[in-house]
Design a protein around this ligand. Structure first.
Ligand code: C5P
Length: 230
């Protein structure tokens, strides 16, 4: 078992996870695993190849052979994502792609096929891991486990603002329904459901600004990893 420190941040969409993880990866200059990207890129690859989400064998084979590249400077936040050597960074950000990801993410063998790729991110000096099952399944021995939550209404609004900022068209009511459906599917699935690890610190971000959440988490990080001197 590697002794490279890992900080896991799990929770549903729209809780501020992505922003917090990018901040932590840049601040600490640690590696960053945004595990949702694997499921989103797999959904996109399946769509491009015309593979139906109920063709489990074909999806698992695709997961095992997925040609995906995370582009950053080695550590810190992500810059670009490539599938088959072509940039897909914006394409995978739509809610349609996220829903597709959520459907195939409930297949046990797909999760199994992607686990070693995720664990390979645990490299010195440390790893920030963002997802749904980082603290429960992928990195059960993480140094610090955080679970972010927020009301469905707040989460939908945040996602809406994020998509708008990226120039992606969205309708708040449709987005809200899609997010609730996705989170329900993620929470109810029998394999690696979305839930806090027993030893996770749960933070409700409904009424906190991003700076307030960052302050809280930075404090938790300093306490969990005293040798940081940050
Ligand atoms: O985090 P993101 O919104 O990009 O994740 C997209 C979908 O991928 C989630 O709704 C979930 O179904 C799946 N996922 C997962 N396990 C992870 C990360 C994402 O099942 N660790």
């Amino acid at each position: 078992m590697s002794n490279v420190p890992v900080i896991t941040i799990d929770g549903p969409s729209g809780t501020g996870k992505g922003t917090i993880c990018s901040y932590l990866a840049d601040w600490l200059q640690w590696h960053f695993l945004d595990s949702g990207i694997l499921y989103r890129v797999l959904a996109l690859a399946a769509e491009r190849k015309g593979i139906n989400s109920d063709d489990e064998i074909a999806i698992v084979t695709l997961a095992e052979n997925l040609d995906i590249e995370f582009k950053n400077a080695g550590t810190g936040s992500l810059v670009n994502i490539e599938l088959d050597r072509k940039v897909v960074t914006d394409e995978i950000r739509t809610e349609i792609c996220a829903s597709g990801a959520s459907v195939i993410a409930s297949i046990a063998k797909v999760r199994e096929a992607l686990i070693s790729r995720q664990r390979a991110f645990q490299e010195a000096p440390g790893l920030i891991a963002d997802g749904r099952d980082m603290g429960t399944v992928v990195f059960p021995n993480a140094t610090l486990k955080i679970y972010l939550t927020a009301s469905a209404e707040k989460r939908a609004k945040r996602r809406y603002e994020q998509l708008k900022e990226k120039g992606i068209n969205a309708n708040l009511r449709d987005l809200s329904a899609a997010i609730i459906e996705r989170d329900e599917r993620d929470s109810m699935r029998p394999v690696s459901p979305l839930k806090p690890a027993k030893d996770a610190i749960v933070i409700d971000t409904s009424f906190l600004s991003i700076d307030e959440v960052l302050d809280k988490i930075s404090e938790l990080v300093r306490n969990a990893i005293p040798k940081l001197k940050k």
